[in-house]
Design a protein around this ligand. Structure first.
Ligand SMILES: Cc1cc2nc3c(=O)[nH]c(=O)nc-3n(C[C@H](O)[C@H](O)[C@H](O)COP(=O)(O)OP(=O)(O)OC[C@H]3O[C@@H](n4cnc5c(N)ncnc54)[C@H](O)[C@@H]3O)c2cc1C
Length: 430
């Protein structure tokens, strides 16, 4: 990899997500050599992926070059590489560009879409965990309407304009709201020769309420907002399969659709060599102690979505959200310095700042530490928080300008099929 060995200990971080970046920033002025490896050369701001999928934002505005994060620091190296195996006995990593040794390893690989072993769903459903996947979804949504224009077959046209989103967490709720706004504000103008009133947005939730990690009030309000926007919310419905045409559920309910979007769960993105059964806690996450140390490996740490730190307050680990990843990255930065200087480690304590979700224009729900609110003010708070945590000044400006423009014009100009998603429509018709 052409990375010189220095006199300082080498900390290798796998993954430049929220956790990896926060850690790297914490280590920038310390006497360590930091090597950051990521399979992408950019950081993805995942909370806004749904806006890329629905043409509200260009993909570049939610991505940030990883090399720029620590520009100008001599002890920092970035390599574009996917780590394929960890060899803890040799303190060595195998990657797509060669091998690298480490003194301290930090696994910050995040999570991947969880289809719960259903290969049929995995093959036919659309996931939204990365920018390429969001672009695929954006193309597919638009291609479906182009196809709908071409067919006289009534059922086929309806299925092309029927969107089924599985998962009533923030991602499902936000996506459903955005699609409903497109139906209302954009489709009638873009497709005057298509009866777009027949387009349907179905949100399917396995449990008995949406946003089940938030307060009951937030759930109720989000559902009300969605229904006002014309979204059909199905609760207590479990999807069992999708063959590219028909969504089957545990009940009699079926949906005929060309688009099933899977937002029903994620699981830790483990790497071969550090994936033995005894290391894994719920959600395929690595079991870590209160210092984020992988149990049984004193010089290997895990942070963010991939880490499961079980405690009395968090029996199933911390939520797989940006805040735990950021806070764990920062704390681990301090702890690594302590470790290298022979000091004892300090436990990680999570400061829960609350959670929020937006349903659309002027509609959001916020559960903050001591206060809960919904509606227009919540929507402004949601926007402010997302702009604040978005990485890069340019990105903040671009996103802000886009939002103001979209708000004033009721528009989403990035509705472009730049990289077509190659769906086999013949197979769909058969
Ligand atoms: C659609 C969506 C919406 C979300 N909305 C919110 C929200 O509103 N609020 C919130 O708090 N959280 C939200 N989240 C969750 C949040 O994005 C994650 O909790 C957070 O990104 C976790 O940070 P992380 O550092 O653990 O991992 P990530 O940010 O996922 O970063 C992991 C990094 O590791 C890299 N990587 C993975 N495997 C390898 C490998 N083998 N080799 C090299 N590199 C690798 C990846 O390329 C990636 O850059 C959302 C997630 C999604 C998918």
């Amino acid at each position: 990899m052409n990375i010189p060995r220095s006199n300082n200990p080498r900390v290798v971080i796998i993954g430049g997500g929220f956790g990896g970046i926060s850690l790297a920033q914490k280590l920038r002025k310390q006497e360590v050599q930091v090597v950051l490896l990521d399979k992408n050369n950019y950081h993805t701001f995942q909370p806004l992926l749904y806006q890329v999928s629905t043409g509200g934002l260009e993909p570049d505005s939610i991505a940030y070059p990883l090399r720029k994060v620590l520009i100008g620091y001599d002890n920092f190296f970035f390599r574009l590489a996917e780590v394929t195996e960890i060899l803890p006995d040799k303190q060595l990593l195998k990657t797509t560009i060669g091998e690298i040794s480490y003194d301290y390893l930090v696994v910050a690989t995040g999570s991947e879409t969880n289809f719960f072993g259903n290969t049929e769903l995995e093959q036919h459903a659309m996931a939204m965990k990365s920018i390429p996947q969001s672009l695929n979804l954006r193309s597919l949504i638009l291609e479906n309407f182009e196809q709908a224009l071409l067919t006289d077959e009534y059922h086929e046209r309806d299925a092309l304009m029927n969107f089924v989103i599985v998962g009533g967490g923030p991602t499902g709720v936000e996506l459903a709201g955005a699609l409903a706004e497109i139906k209302k504000g954009i489709l009638p103008k873009d497709y005057p020769d298509l009866d777009t009133r027949r387009a349907q947005i179905n949100l399917v939730q396995g449990g008995d309420r949406l946003l089940d990690a938030m307060s009951e009030k937030a759930s109720e309000k989000a559902e009300k907002f969605l229904e006002d926007l014309g979204v059909q919310v199905w609760k207590n419905v479990r999807v069992t399969g999708y063959d590219g045409k028909t969504v089957r559920t545990k009940t009699d309910l079926v949906f005929e659709t060309a688009t099933l979007i899977w937002a029903a769960g994620v699981k830790g993105a483990t790497i071969k060599g550090l994936d033995a059964k005894e290391l894994i806690a719920g959600g395929n996450r690595l079991s870590v102690n209160e210092f984020n140390q992988v149990i049984g490996f004193p010089n290997i740490f895990a942070i963010g979505d991939i880490a499961c730190m079980q405690s009395e307050e968090a029996p199933r680990g911390h939520p797989m959200m940006a805040q735990p990843a950021i806070q764990q990255g920062r704390k681990l930065g301090e702890n690594l310095v302590r470790l290298i200087n022979g000091k004892s480690l300090e436990p990680f304590i999570y400061k829960d700042k609350g959670s929020m979700a937006t349903v659309g224009r002027n509609k959001a729900v916020c559960d903050l530490k001591n206060i809960r609110f919904q509606g227009v003010f919540a929507w402004f708070v949601w926007m402010f928080v997302h702009l604040f945590f978005l990485i890069g000044f340019r990105n903040r400006v671009v996103v802000f300008v886009n939002w103001v423009y979209n708000y004033i014009r009721f528009d989403r100009e990035a509705r472009l099929i730049i990289r077509p998603f190659k769906r086999n429509y013949d197979q769909f018709r058969d």
